[in-house]
Design a protein around this ligand. Sequence first.
Ligand code: FA5
Length: 358
Amino acid sequence: MSTEVESAQKAPTPEVLAEVEREHEEELVTAGDNLEALNRMRSQFFGPKGRITSLLRSVGQLPAEQRREAGARTNQLKQTLEAKLVVRINALESVEKEKELRRSRLDLTLPGRLAHPRGALHPVNRVIEEMVDILTRMGFELATGPEVELDWYNFEALNFPKDHPARDMQDTFFIASPDGKGTLEHVLRTHTSPVQTRELERRGAPLRIIAPGRVYRCDSDATHSPMFHQIEGLWVDEGVSMAHLKGVLTSFINALFGERGVRFRPSFFPFVEPGVEVDVGCVFCGGTGCRVCKHTGWMEILGAGMVHPKVLENCKVDPERYTGFAFGLGIDRVAMQRWGIDDLAHLFRSDVRFLSQL
Ligand code: FA5
């Protein structure tokens, strides 16, 4: 009996369905945008034990003639209400998903956590670039020459006769001949000056070149390295004089070091006449004298002079018509002075901990 009453109460009459619809409406309003509450509603109404599911089940208990209509009504209501709920749930879920995507979106432009350390130009190359920049703006062209050089270009054409004591100024690495006997014909160039003789012979005068590069001498202490760098300069033309030499070198040195004074002293190199050595006011003490400049207030940075007529002749340039000046500067020593490096060897050990301090 009680079952009958229960099923009669639960029977999906239009009134019962209207009641369920109203409840559904109210709960929908209460749940608002709360996704959890909406999902709870879904199981309350449409889950296996849900209100509408129970009503559908109860259709079977109705008298046969009522079943068809009651079933259709209940199904219709189920579809309408469930659709309303699902639309709301889907809309809220896609908003949530969107938010989640925004939160976790990959930003490919962010720097990586294990960023690779940035490389930099070696200090010697930085000085070379700066020198080349200054000198090319003065009208000098870049030239190069081989590091394994013929004795002729390195010495002989530069007016170092064979067995002349001037050769002792540059402790030389000789290259053995293929038969191993050693003809002393090839050397590792001891300075960049052979680029003068090669280019003069190849291109003749007028000529205005600079040639930076590696050179080699059998030298090794804090200020001497077996491999080091020089930059050569040569200007040959009609009427080039010592005044041009002084003007160009003074401007070059001032551009490189700032105006701290330039001093020209007489000196000897077989391939120039007259020859000079050029000093710049000490960058460490400003000229008052310190340990680095051996208390002279000056630091020697280059050798220079008027090209010897014999060199022009050796290169088939007429010394009656043309004159010129040349200079050669030790680049590594400039780097030493600029960064206060006390041992030249640091520059060539490739220790990044040292280089990254410069
Ligand atoms: C010469 O090499 C001449 N060719 C320079 C020259 C060119 C003179 C044109 C006249 C005309 P010297 O041997 O002085 O000159 O070397 C020039 C510079 O190279 C020196 O002032 C010094 O700065 C640098 N130097 C010489 N030997 C070494 C070395 N072992 N390690 C590092 N730097 C050195």
